[in-house]
Design a protein around this ligand. Structure first.
Ligand code: GLU
Length: 427
Protein backbone atom coordinates (compact mmCIF):
# COMPACT_ATOMS: atom_id res chain seq x y z
CA UNK A 1 0.00 0.00 0.00
CA UNK A 2 1.39 3.41 -0.84
CA UNK A 3 2.35 5.72 2.02
CA UNK A 4 -0.22 8.43 1.19
CA UNK A 5 -3.11 5.96 1.22
CA UNK A 6 -1.94 4.48 4.51
CA UNK A 7 -1.79 7.99 5.95
CA UNK A 8 -5.33 8.81 4.84
CA UNK A 9 -6.78 5.57 6.24
CA UNK A 10 -5.09 6.14 9.59
CA UNK A 11 -6.60 9.53 10.00
CA UNK A 12 -10.09 8.09 9.47
CA UNK A 13 -9.77 5.02 11.69
CA UNK A 14 -8.37 6.02 15.04
CA UNK A 15 -9.87 8.16 17.83
CA UNK A 16 -7.86 11.32 18.34
CA UNK A 17 -5.36 11.12 21.24
CA UNK A 18 -4.26 14.72 20.67
CA UNK A 19 -7.77 15.86 21.63
CA UNK A 20 -7.39 13.86 24.84
CA UNK A 21 -3.95 15.37 25.55
CA UNK A 22 -5.27 18.90 25.00
CA UNK A 23 -8.40 18.28 27.10
CA UNK A 24 -6.20 17.05 29.97
CA UNK A 25 -3.97 20.10 29.58
CA UNK A 26 -6.96 22.46 29.61
CA UNK A 27 -8.32 20.81 32.75
CA UNK A 28 -5.01 21.28 34.55
CA UNK A 29 -4.21 24.86 33.53
CA UNK A 30 -7.58 26.04 34.89
CA UNK A 31 -5.95 25.76 38.32
CA UNK A 32 -2.85 27.71 37.38
CA UNK A 33 -2.21 31.38 37.32
CA UNK A 34 0.18 32.05 34.44
CA UNK A 35 0.11 34.57 31.67
CA UNK A 36 -2.02 33.44 28.69
CA UNK A 37 1.08 33.62 26.49
CA UNK A 38 2.79 30.95 28.63
CA UNK A 39 -0.22 28.64 28.56
CA UNK A 40 -0.69 29.14 24.83
CA UNK A 41 2.99 28.42 24.17
CA UNK A 42 2.81 25.06 25.97
CA UNK A 43 -0.26 23.92 23.98
CA UNK A 44 1.78 23.79 20.77
CA UNK A 45 4.45 21.35 19.63
CA UNK A 46 7.69 23.23 18.95
CA UNK A 47 8.60 21.35 15.77
CA UNK A 48 6.82 18.80 13.60
CA UNK A 49 8.67 16.78 11.04
CA UNK A 50 7.21 14.49 8.37
CA UNK A 51 9.45 12.33 6.19
CA UNK A 52 8.59 10.17 3.22
CA UNK A 53 11.34 7.74 2.42
CA UNK A 54 12.09 4.69 0.28
CA UNK A 55 12.83 1.22 1.66
CA UNK A 56 14.14 -1.63 -0.46
CA UNK A 57 12.15 -4.82 0.17
CA UNK A 58 13.67 -8.30 -0.02
CA UNK A 59 12.12 -8.91 -3.46
CA UNK A 60 13.93 -5.87 -4.87
CA UNK A 61 10.92 -3.53 -4.94
CA UNK A 62 11.30 -0.08 -3.44
CA UNK A 63 8.37 1.00 -1.25
CA UNK A 64 7.65 4.46 0.20
CA UNK A 65 7.04 4.86 3.94
CA UNK A 66 5.96 7.85 6.02
CA UNK A 67 7.48 8.76 9.36
CA UNK A 68 7.15 11.58 11.88
CA UNK A 69 9.11 13.18 14.70
CA UNK A 70 7.56 15.85 16.90
CA UNK A 71 9.41 17.93 19.50
CA UNK A 72 6.76 19.19 21.85
CA UNK A 73 8.99 21.04 24.31
CA UNK A 74 12.67 21.75 24.75
CA UNK A 75 12.30 24.08 27.73
CA UNK A 76 13.77 21.79 30.40
CA UNK A 77 16.45 20.25 28.19
CA UNK A 78 16.85 18.10 25.06
CA UNK A 79 13.63 16.49 23.93
CA UNK A 80 13.20 12.82 24.76
CA UNK A 81 10.79 10.16 23.60
CA UNK A 82 10.33 6.89 21.81
CA UNK A 83 9.78 5.82 18.23
CA UNK A 84 6.71 3.82 17.35
CA UNK A 85 6.27 1.42 14.43
CA UNK A 86 2.58 0.80 13.93
CA UNK A 87 -0.06 1.00 11.23
CA UNK A 88 -2.10 3.40 13.38
CA UNK A 89 0.65 6.02 13.61
CA UNK A 90 -0.46 9.49 12.49
CA UNK A 91 0.61 13.07 13.18
CA UNK A 92 -1.99 13.71 15.88
CA UNK A 93 -1.03 10.57 17.73
CA UNK A 94 2.66 11.57 17.63
CA UNK A 95 1.77 15.10 18.78
CA UNK A 96 -0.15 13.71 21.77
CA UNK A 97 2.59 11.28 22.70
CA UNK A 98 5.22 14.05 22.45
CA UNK A 99 3.18 16.31 24.73
CA UNK A 100 2.76 13.49 27.26
CA UNK A 101 6.54 12.97 27.20
CA UNK A 102 7.04 16.64 28.15
CA UNK A 103 4.79 16.25 31.18
CA UNK A 104 6.21 12.84 32.08
CA UNK A 105 9.83 14.03 32.11
CA UNK A 106 8.89 17.17 33.99
CA UNK A 107 6.81 15.36 36.63
CA UNK A 108 9.60 13.01 37.64
CA UNK A 109 12.23 15.74 37.51
CA UNK A 110 14.27 14.73 34.45
CA UNK A 111 16.18 17.49 32.59
CA UNK A 112 14.30 16.77 29.35
CA UNK A 113 11.61 18.12 27.11
CA UNK A 114 9.22 15.82 25.25
CA UNK A 115 9.30 14.26 21.79
CA UNK A 116 7.93 11.29 19.93
CA UNK A 117 8.42 9.65 16.57
CA UNK A 118 6.63 7.07 14.51
CA UNK A 119 6.56 5.28 11.21
CA UNK A 120 3.37 3.97 9.59
CA UNK A 121 4.30 0.32 9.24
CA UNK A 122 3.32 -3.10 10.54
CA UNK A 123 6.74 -4.30 11.71
CA UNK A 124 5.56 -7.92 11.89
CA UNK A 125 5.16 -7.90 8.09
CA UNK A 126 8.82 -6.95 7.43
CA UNK A 127 11.89 -9.21 7.50
CA UNK A 128 14.84 -8.35 9.76
CA UNK A 129 16.72 -6.95 6.79
CA UNK A 130 13.76 -4.81 5.72
CA UNK A 131 13.39 -3.53 9.30
CA UNK A 132 17.07 -2.66 9.30
CA UNK A 133 16.73 -0.79 5.98
CA UNK A 134 13.68 1.07 7.25
CA UNK A 135 15.24 1.98 10.61
CA UNK A 136 18.52 3.15 9.07
CA UNK A 137 16.80 5.28 6.46
CA UNK A 138 14.36 6.80 8.97
CA UNK A 139 17.30 7.51 11.34
CA UNK A 140 19.24 9.22 8.56
CA UNK A 141 16.17 11.33 7.68
CA UNK A 142 16.06 12.52 11.32
CA UNK A 143 19.72 13.55 11.47
CA UNK A 144 19.01 17.30 11.15
CA UNK A 145 16.76 17.03 14.24
CA UNK A 146 18.57 14.73 16.64
CA UNK A 147 21.75 14.80 18.73
CA UNK A 148 22.66 13.69 22.27
CA UNK A 149 22.11 17.32 23.30
CA UNK A 150 19.01 18.08 21.23
CA UNK A 151 16.72 15.08 20.86
CA UNK A 152 17.25 11.52 22.07
CA UNK A 153 14.96 8.78 20.71
CA UNK A 154 14.15 5.44 22.42
CA UNK A 155 11.97 2.37 21.83
CA UNK A 156 8.18 2.45 21.94
CA UNK A 157 5.44 0.18 20.53
CA UNK A 158 6.79 -1.96 17.69
CA UNK A 159 10.46 -1.05 18.17
CA UNK A 160 13.15 -2.85 20.19
CA UNK A 161 16.80 -2.67 21.35
CA UNK A 162 18.15 -4.05 18.07
CA UNK A 163 16.48 -1.21 16.16
CA UNK A 164 18.01 1.28 18.59
CA UNK A 165 21.44 -0.26 17.83
CA UNK A 166 20.85 0.29 14.07
CA UNK A 167 19.73 3.81 14.87
CA UNK A 168 22.90 4.48 16.90
CA UNK A 169 25.10 2.93 14.21
CA UNK A 170 23.52 5.01 11.42
CA UNK A 171 24.04 8.24 13.35
CA UNK A 172 27.58 7.23 14.32
CA UNK A 173 28.56 6.32 10.74
CA UNK A 174 27.24 9.68 9.54
CA UNK A 175 29.15 11.80 12.04
CA UNK A 176 32.25 9.59 11.86
CA UNK A 177 32.56 8.38 15.45
CA UNK A 178 30.50 6.31 17.93
CA UNK A 179 27.78 8.23 19.74
CA UNK A 180 25.98 5.84 22.11
CA UNK A 181 24.11 8.72 23.82
CA UNK A 182 22.15 9.50 20.61
CA UNK A 183 19.49 6.93 21.53
CA UNK A 184 18.45 4.96 24.63
CA UNK A 185 17.03 1.48 25.03
CA UNK A 186 20.05 -0.01 23.24
CA UNK A 187 21.45 -3.48 23.88
CA UNK A 188 24.01 -3.51 26.73
CA UNK A 189 26.81 -4.38 24.26
CA UNK A 190 26.53 -0.98 22.55
CA UNK A 191 26.08 1.21 25.64
CA UNK A 192 22.64 0.23 26.90
CA UNK A 193 21.80 0.29 30.59
CA UNK A 194 21.22 -2.57 32.98
CA UNK A 195 17.53 -2.73 33.81
CA UNK A 196 16.26 -0.66 30.84
CA UNK A 197 14.28 -3.48 29.20
CA UNK A 198 12.23 -4.24 32.30
CA UNK A 199 12.08 -0.66 33.61
CA UNK A 200 8.69 0.49 32.28
CA UNK A 201 6.85 -2.63 33.49
CA UNK A 202 8.74 -2.61 36.77
CA UNK A 203 7.83 1.06 37.26
CA UNK A 204 4.15 0.31 36.66
CA UNK A 205 4.24 -2.28 39.45
CA UNK A 206 6.16 0.05 41.80
CA UNK A 207 3.35 2.58 41.28
CA UNK A 208 0.70 -0.09 41.89
CA UNK A 209 2.45 -1.11 45.13
CA UNK A 210 2.72 2.51 46.22
CA UNK A 211 -1.01 3.11 45.62
CA UNK A 212 -2.01 -0.06 47.49
CA UNK A 213 0.30 0.57 50.44
CA UNK A 214 -0.98 4.10 50.83
CA UNK A 215 -4.53 2.76 51.00
CA UNK A 216 -3.51 0.33 53.73
CA UNK A 217 -3.00 -2.87 51.68
CA UNK A 218 0.22 -4.70 52.53
CA UNK A 219 -0.67 -8.32 51.75
CA UNK A 220 -0.61 -8.68 47.97
CA UNK A 221 -1.32 -12.41 47.74
CA UNK A 222 -5.08 -11.91 47.28
CA UNK A 223 -4.83 -8.88 44.97
CA UNK A 224 -6.09 -9.85 41.51
CA UNK A 225 -4.37 -8.04 38.66
CA UNK A 226 -5.48 -7.85 35.01
CA UNK A 227 -2.94 -6.77 32.40
CA UNK A 228 -3.97 -5.56 28.96
CA UNK A 229 -1.06 -5.84 26.52
CA UNK A 230 1.79 -8.34 26.69
CA UNK A 231 4.53 -6.42 24.90
CA UNK A 232 7.54 -4.96 26.65
CA UNK A 233 5.47 -3.07 29.23
CA UNK A 234 2.69 -5.58 29.96
CA UNK A 235 4.86 -8.69 30.06
CA UNK A 236 7.42 -7.14 32.39
CA UNK A 237 4.68 -5.69 34.61
CA UNK A 238 3.00 -9.11 34.82
CA UNK A 239 6.35 -10.79 35.58
CA UNK A 240 7.27 -8.35 38.34
CA UNK A 241 3.76 -8.41 39.85
CA UNK A 242 3.93 -12.22 39.90
CA UNK A 243 7.39 -12.08 41.50
CA UNK A 244 6.03 -9.83 44.28
CA UNK A 245 3.24 -12.34 44.98
CA UNK A 246 0.29 -10.69 43.21
CA UNK A 247 -2.31 -12.91 41.53
CA UNK A 248 -2.17 -12.03 37.83
CA UNK A 249 -5.53 -13.40 36.67
CA UNK A 250 -5.67 -12.23 33.05
CA UNK A 251 -3.42 -10.91 30.29
CA UNK A 252 -3.89 -10.18 26.61
CA UNK A 253 -2.02 -9.33 23.42
CA UNK A 254 -3.26 -8.09 20.03
CA UNK A 255 -4.78 -11.51 19.27
CA UNK A 256 -6.88 -11.63 22.49
CA UNK A 257 -6.65 -12.56 26.14
CA UNK A 258 -6.61 -15.39 28.67
CA UNK A 259 -8.16 -15.63 32.12
CA UNK A 260 -7.73 -17.84 35.16
CA UNK A 261 -9.40 -16.56 38.34
CA UNK A 262 -6.86 -18.53 40.43
CA UNK A 263 -3.91 -16.74 38.85
CA UNK A 264 -1.67 -17.44 35.84
CA UNK A 265 1.84 -18.82 36.18
CA UNK A 266 3.61 -15.92 34.46
CA UNK A 267 7.09 -17.51 34.02
CA UNK A 268 5.46 -20.48 32.18
CA UNK A 269 3.26 -18.08 30.21
CA UNK A 270 6.35 -16.16 29.07
CA UNK A 271 7.83 -19.43 27.76
CA UNK A 272 4.53 -20.24 26.03
CA UNK A 273 4.49 -16.79 24.43
CA UNK A 274 8.08 -17.06 23.17
CA UNK A 275 7.20 -20.31 21.39
CA UNK A 276 3.68 -19.46 20.15
CA UNK A 277 3.99 -15.67 19.71
CA UNK A 278 0.62 -15.22 21.45
CA UNK A 279 -0.82 -15.78 24.92
CA UNK A 280 -3.93 -17.70 23.87
CA UNK A 281 -3.62 -21.47 24.02
CA UNK A 282 -1.93 -21.35 27.44
CA UNK A 283 -2.85 -24.43 29.52
CA UNK A 284 -5.53 -23.97 32.17
CA UNK A 285 -6.81 -20.62 30.98
CA UNK A 286 -10.08 -19.43 29.43
CA UNK A 287 -10.16 -17.32 26.29
CA UNK A 288 -11.43 -13.72 26.57
CA UNK A 289 -11.48 -10.85 24.09
CA UNK A 290 -9.50 -7.68 24.75
CA UNK A 291 -12.78 -5.85 25.41
CA UNK A 292 -13.98 -8.50 27.92
CA UNK A 293 -10.60 -8.49 29.64
CA UNK A 294 -11.00 -4.87 30.75
CA UNK A 295 -14.26 -5.75 32.49
CA UNK A 296 -13.17 -8.89 34.37
CA UNK A 297 -13.54 -9.14 38.15
CA UNK A 298 -10.24 -7.93 39.63
CA UNK A 299 -8.70 -5.43 42.05
CA UNK A 300 -6.20 -3.72 39.77
CA UNK A 301 -6.32 -3.10 36.03
CA UNK A 302 -3.06 -2.37 34.22
CA UNK A 303 -3.82 -1.10 30.69
CA UNK A 304 -0.44 -1.59 29.01
CA UNK A 305 -1.47 -1.69 25.35
CA UNK A 306 -2.23 1.66 23.74
CA UNK A 307 -4.28 4.84 23.95
CA UNK A 308 -8.08 5.13 23.86
CA UNK A 309 -8.93 1.79 25.57
CA UNK A 310 -11.05 3.05 28.47
CA UNK A 311 -13.88 5.27 27.27
CA UNK A 312 -17.43 6.16 28.26
CA UNK A 313 -18.49 2.94 26.49
CA UNK A 314 -16.82 0.62 29.00
CA UNK A 315 -15.73 2.70 32.03
CA UNK A 316 -19.03 2.15 33.86
CA UNK A 317 -18.46 -1.62 33.77
CA UNK A 318 -14.85 -1.76 34.89
CA UNK A 319 -14.68 -3.79 38.12
CA UNK A 320 -11.14 -2.85 39.25
CA UNK A 321 -10.79 -0.36 42.12
CA UNK A 322 -7.39 0.81 40.91
CA UNK A 323 -6.17 1.51 37.36
CA UNK A 324 -2.42 1.97 36.78
CA UNK A 325 -1.71 3.19 33.25
CA UNK A 326 1.21 1.32 31.70
CA UNK A 327 0.24 2.62 28.25
CA UNK A 328 0.24 6.27 27.24
CA UNK A 329 -3.27 7.75 27.12
CA UNK A 330 -5.35 4.57 27.66
CA UNK A 331 -8.13 6.51 29.45
CA UNK A 332 -10.01 9.31 27.76
CA UNK A 333 -11.41 12.30 29.72
CA UNK A 334 -15.00 10.96 29.80
CA UNK A 335 -13.78 7.68 31.31
CA UNK A 336 -11.68 9.66 33.79
CA UNK A 337 -14.86 11.40 35.01
CA UNK A 338 -16.69 8.08 35.33
CA UNK A 339 -13.82 6.55 37.32
CA UNK A 340 -13.72 9.60 39.54
CA UNK A 341 -17.48 9.39 40.23
CA UNK A 342 -17.22 5.66 40.93
CA UNK A 343 -14.30 6.13 43.34
CA UNK A 344 -11.86 4.21 41.13
CA UNK A 345 -8.32 5.49 41.59
CA UNK A 346 -6.29 6.10 38.41
CA UNK A 347 -2.51 6.36 38.60
CA UNK A 348 -1.94 8.38 35.43
CA UNK A 349 0.36 7.36 32.58
CA UNK A 350 2.86 10.19 32.99
CA UNK A 351 3.66 8.84 36.45
CA UNK A 352 2.75 5.16 36.09
CA UNK A 353 4.86 4.38 33.02
CA UNK A 354 7.69 6.84 33.64
CA UNK A 355 10.07 4.04 34.70
CA UNK A 356 11.09 3.60 31.06
CA UNK A 357 12.22 7.14 30.44
CA UNK A 358 13.78 7.34 33.92
CA UNK A 359 16.11 4.45 33.10
CA UNK A 360 16.61 5.98 29.62
CA UNK A 361 17.89 9.03 31.47
CA UNK A 362 20.29 6.81 33.45
CA UNK A 363 21.43 5.22 30.17
CA UNK A 364 22.09 8.64 28.61
CA UNK A 365 24.08 9.77 31.69
CA UNK A 366 26.11 6.54 31.65
CA UNK A 367 26.85 6.97 27.92
CA UNK A 368 27.89 10.61 28.32
CA UNK A 369 30.19 9.72 31.22
CA UNK A 370 31.31 6.34 29.82
CA UNK A 371 30.80 5.01 33.32
CA UNK A 372 28.33 2.17 33.82
CA UNK A 373 26.20 1.24 36.81
CA UNK A 374 25.16 -2.17 38.07
CA UNK A 375 21.52 -3.29 38.08
CA UNK A 376 21.11 -2.76 41.84
CA UNK A 377 22.14 0.89 41.45
CA UNK A 378 19.72 1.37 38.51
CA UNK A 379 16.81 -0.11 40.48
CA UNK A 380 17.66 1.86 43.63
CA UNK A 381 17.67 5.16 41.73
CA UNK A 382 14.54 4.18 39.76
CA UNK A 383 12.66 3.48 42.97
CA UNK A 384 13.78 6.75 44.52
CA UNK A 385 12.68 8.88 41.55
CA UNK A 386 9.34 7.09 41.16
CA UNK A 387 8.42 7.48 44.82
CA UNK A 388 9.44 11.15 44.67
CA UNK A 389 7.13 11.59 41.63
CA UNK A 390 4.32 9.80 43.46
CA UNK A 391 4.78 12.04 46.52
CA UNK A 392 4.75 15.18 44.39
CA UNK A 393 1.55 14.03 42.66
CA UNK A 394 -0.21 13.28 45.96
CA UNK A 395 0.90 16.58 47.51
CA UNK A 396 -0.40 18.44 44.45
CA UNK A 397 -3.69 16.48 44.55
CA UNK A 398 -4.21 17.54 48.16
CA UNK A 399 -3.22 21.15 47.55
CA UNK A 400 -5.57 21.64 44.57
CA UNK A 401 -8.19 19.04 45.64
CA UNK A 402 -8.04 17.26 42.29
CA UNK A 403 -7.67 13.67 41.05
CA UNK A 404 -4.24 12.17 40.43
CA UNK A 405 -4.20 12.82 36.68
CA UNK A 406 -4.98 16.50 37.04
CA UNK A 407 -2.49 16.73 39.92
CA UNK A 408 0.28 15.09 37.89
CA UNK A 409 -0.45 17.39 34.96
CA UNK A 410 -0.50 20.47 37.22
CA UNK A 411 2.85 19.59 38.84
CA UNK A 412 4.43 18.82 35.46
CA UNK A 413 3.07 21.89 33.67
CA UNK A 414 4.14 24.15 36.55
CA UNK A 415 7.75 23.05 36.29
CA UNK A 416 7.82 23.76 32.54
CA UNK A 417 5.93 27.05 32.92
CA UNK A 418 8.28 28.29 35.66
CA UNK A 419 11.34 27.48 33.54
CA UNK A 420 9.76 29.17 30.52
CA UNK A 421 8.93 32.25 32.56
CA UNK A 422 12.48 32.40 33.90
CA UNK A 423 14.08 31.86 30.49
CA UNK A 424 11.73 34.37 28.85
CA UNK A 425 10.53 34.48 25.26
CA UNK A 426 13.22 34.79 22.57
CA UNK A 427 14.18 37.32 21.18
N1 GLU B 1 8.56 5.16 24.82
C1 GLU B 1 8.70 5.26 26.24
C2 GLU B 1 7.65 6.18 26.82
O1 GLU B 1 6.61 6.38 26.25
C3 GLU B 1 10.12 5.61 26.66
C4 GLU B 1 10.66 6.91 26.14
C5 GLU B 1 12.15 7.11 26.43
O2 GLU B 1 12.73 6.29 27.09
O3 GLU B 1 12.68 8.11 25.95
O4 GLU B 1 7.79 6.68 27.91
Amino acid sequence: MVAALRMQQNQMMTPNPYKTALAQFDRAVKYLDYDDSIIEFMRYPRREFTVNFPVRRDDGRVEMFTGYRVHHSTILGPSKGGIRYDLHVNMDEVRALAMWMSWKCSLVGLPYGGAKGGVIVDPTKLSQRELENLTRRYASELIPLISPHADIPAPDMGTNPQMMAWFMDTYSMTVGYSVPAIVTGKPISVGGSEGRTVSTGRGVVINMVEALKRSGVNDFSQIRVVVQGFGNVGSNAAAYAHELGFKVVAVSDVYGGIYNPNGLDIPSLLEHQTINRRVQGFAGSDVVTNEELLLLPCDVLLPCAMEGQLTERNATQVQARLVVEGANGPTDPEADDIFHDRGIQVVPDILANSGGVIVSYFEWIQDLQSFFWDEAEVFRQLDRILVRGYDLTMRTAEEYRVDMRTAAQIAAIKRVADALKTRGFYP
